[in-house]
Structure formats: structure tokens, C-alpha cells
Design a binder for this molecule. Sequence first.
Ligand code: AMP
Length: 190
Amino acid sequence: MRLILFGPPGAGKGTQAKKITDKYMTAHISTGDMLRAAVKNGTELGLLANSYMEKGELVPDGVVIGIIKDRIAEKDARNGFMLDGFPRTVPQAEALSEMLNSEGETIDAVISIEVGDEEIVKRILERQKIEGRRDDTEDVVRNRLKVYRSQTEPLKSYYAEEGVLFEIDGLGAIEDVFGRIDGVLSELNA
Ligand code: AMP
């Protein structure tokens, strides 16, 4: 299966991504994780990415599209993958469609985890206490949310038109949210 996991920062994408990849044994590709690794390693890419990430802005499309192109060509991703945090803009979604179409492939499902803004801010500030992510401060979180609502959420209609969008209620216990996602994926996989 080729999946996209979608949702605002703090919707629980990372947690659900792990549960999905465990059950469906598919490669987990997170642009956020890859960029954080580059920042940590102090690479040229990391230095560039950090200047956007620390403000809660999106890293330029050309940069993330290049990263994804290389990553989905790797062996473990050839027969399926789950993208977490990509695409985030219309040009990214279009570039992804082109990459897949040139191989005769398509996205099977876009799982969008739905959570409202106030709950998000509350959850992320909790996460900051536990994980200490530098972009989890209140101002940066509010900016990431604004960027999500203006640049990323419109992608839902792009995928709805393709008939692959599934909206999932992201409130409640981790297992309950996973149950809702699993309901969709097990049917697709049947
Ligand atoms: P995440 O862990 O997915 O919330 O990503 C953390 C940060 O990395 C984002 O706030 C962006 O600055 C950057 N980032 C991750 N994925 C992308 C993407 N697909 N496009 C642009 N920026 C991204």
C-alpha cells in the first residue's frame, strides 16, 4: 500500500505512523524526522532546513521534493510506504503524483487525522515538556498551525477529488484512533 498520513502538528501522526507500519509492515517515511536528523548532523541541508523549522515555516518545496524522490526510490519503499508529513503543499502533491505516475503507481489512501486547534496547542505544549522539541514552543506551534491550515489543509480537496481521502476523528485514546485508521486500511487491504 502507498499511504499518506495527514493532519496538523500534534494530531498524533508519529504515534499512529508507528502502529500502522508495525501492522502493515510498510516503510515509514517522515520528512520531519529526516530533516531533524540533517539538523543534528550539521549538514548543509540541515543548516538550511533549520532556518525554516525553528520559525515553524515550511522548508522550500524543491528541497523536500528532492529528499522524497531519493527516499521512495530505495529498496524498502518500492512496494509500499507511508508518508508522514509529506506532501504539505500543492506543488509537493503534484510532484509526488508525477513521480508515482511515471512508474504506473498511485496513492491508495490519504488518512487525515482531524483535531481542533486548541487541543493541538495543549498537546504540543505537553509534548514539549517530554521531548523538548525546539519547534514546540507556543508561538512556533501557533505558526505551524497557521501554515498547516493555509498551505497544507487545502490538499485534502486535491485528494478528495481523486477519491482517496479518509478523514479520521483524532480525539480519544491512541488505540481508539488506531482502530478507526485500521478499519479503513484493513478494508483497502482486503
Ligand atoms: P514535522 O515533524 O512533520 O511536524 O515537521 C517539522 C518541520 O519540518 C516542519 O514544521 C517544517 O519546517 C519541516 N518540514 C517537514 N516536512 C516538510 C514538508 N513536507 N515540506 C516543508 N517543510 C517540511
